[in-house]
Design a protein around this ligand. Structure first.
Ligand code: GLA
Length: 389
């Protein structure tokens, strides 16, 4: 993306030059799925597909926002003093949440902003386009009004926007990955303490391929919230037998010794996923640190099986992409990434095999599903910041 293109876009829409340009990445989660609201580990990295914004200060108390991705929505606006969730305000609800919570912390802002947004993350693809926009908005507000707030607190407000403003009870994975990332690294984050470690993503002679199933099931949010409730219920039942603060703090031995206290089979399977996915995530980070790609790939594959069989958040399209990926030569491992119910999968593929991989998986997917998948080569990125290049 060229900066000049974004500035031209701004000028066309607002009739005056834009002042500052910002970028916020998307993310892939290498492993550690549905562990973040269970006090477990996640292992994401940010990617160069993301959200750009050009902004300028206004003289009044309004925010005017335009997305080049949704030209049919036209110019949307809201008042700083009057922020409420409103379905018809569409994507600007993400902005509104961030303005609301930052004003609750710092008082009403002296003036509003003009914002021109352009995103390169496909929507509904489980690459965190919404977290990207939330953290982007927070960083813009901080920088434009010189607010004294660390990036991690903006990340937390992004999660609050998602939980309280939008009503999705997600964990901190997405906003953290988007806000705290370092290029060429993945973050091994303990979602219980928020301690984290930047681990270099060194995959000699390999690429991470993102495979977009171009599918998103209805009811994603309610299914997501249901998974979280099921984990909470499973934990409660376990706690009648063992003193444990979260599923993520259980070892495999502890879980096996006490799992009979979980009454229903479905709850048992949800908990099993959460416990073992957390263990796999630690093991995978260690494997990457010691350049043991083979083990890393096997853990990715196990993660997918567990998400399919025990957590039941895969769909036929993502299962097909992953099983087709497993059949190809030069593939270290493959799994779905993000919340599930459609969206994207990732595969680690040998450089020399990438073209054949995309050709083969793409062809077979289209034959079986009837629409095509999209493929992107993932490049890692830094967290949300002003674009000073
Ligand atoms: C979504 C949520 C995250 C996380 C993942 C699953 O992306 O927003 O908080 O729970 O699903 O790992």
């Amino acid at each position: 993306m060229e900066k000049t293109q974004l500035l031209e876009g701004f000028k066309k829409v607002f009739g005056a030059p834009g002042e500052r340009v910002f970028f916020s990445p998307g993310r892939i989660n290498l492993i550690g799925e549905h562990t973040d609201y269970n006090g477990g580990k996640v292992f994401p990295c940010a990617i160069t597909m993301g959200t750009y914004a050009v902004v300028s200060m206004r003289d009044d108390q309004s925010v005017y926002a335009y997305s080049a991705n949704f030209p049919d929505d036209g110019m949307l606006n809201f008042e700083l003093a009057d922020i409420e969730y409103n379905k018809t305000d569409k994507w600007t609800n993400y902005l509104k949440g961030m303005f609301l919570y930052l004003q609750q912390k710092f008082g009403e802002l002296p003036n509003g902003l003009n914002m021109y947004i352009y995103g390169t993350i496909p929507n509904g693809a489980s690459l965190s386009s919404s977290a990207s926009l939330e953290v982007l908005t927070g960083v813009i507000i901080r920088e434009c009004f010189n607010l004294d707030i660390p990036q991690l607190d903006i990340v937390k407000l992004g999660m609050k926007t998602e939980n309280e403003f939008l009503g999705l009870n997600s964990g901190i994975l997405d906003q953290f990955a988007v806000g705290m990332a370092k290029k060429e690294h993945a973050m091994l984050l303990d979602t219980n303490t928020l301690d984290y470690e930047q681990v270099p993503v060194e995959l000699p002679d390999h690429k991470i391929i993102i495979m977009n199933s171009m599918t998103r099931r209805e009811l994603v949010d309610s299914e997501y919230n249901l998974r979280r409730e099921q984990c909470e219920e499973a934990l409660k039942q376990l706690q009648t037998d063992i003193d444990v603060p979260s599923l993520g703090s259980l070892s495999a031995e502890e879980f096996e010794a006490h799992k009979t206290s979980i009454q229903e089979d479905v709850l048992l399977r949800r908990a099993k996923h959460a416990v073992y996915e957390n263990i796999r995530t630690n093991q995978a980070a260690n494997a990457l640190k010691t350049s043991d790609l083979k083990t890393f790939g096997q853990l990715m594959n196990e993660s997918h099986r567990s998400l399919k069989n025990d957590y039941e958040v895969t769909v036929k399209e993502t299962d097909l992409l992953v099983s087709l990926a497993w059949e190809q030569s030069g593939v270290i491992g493959a799994r779905m990434t993000g919340g599930g119910f459609g969206g994207c999968c990732i595969a680690i593929v040998e450089d020399a095999k990438v073209d054949t991989f995309i050709g083969q998986v793409g062809k077979r997917f289209e034959q079986e599903i009837g629409h095509s998948a999209e493929f992107y080569i993932a490049e890692t990125a830094d967290g949300t910041k002003e674009w000073d290049a």
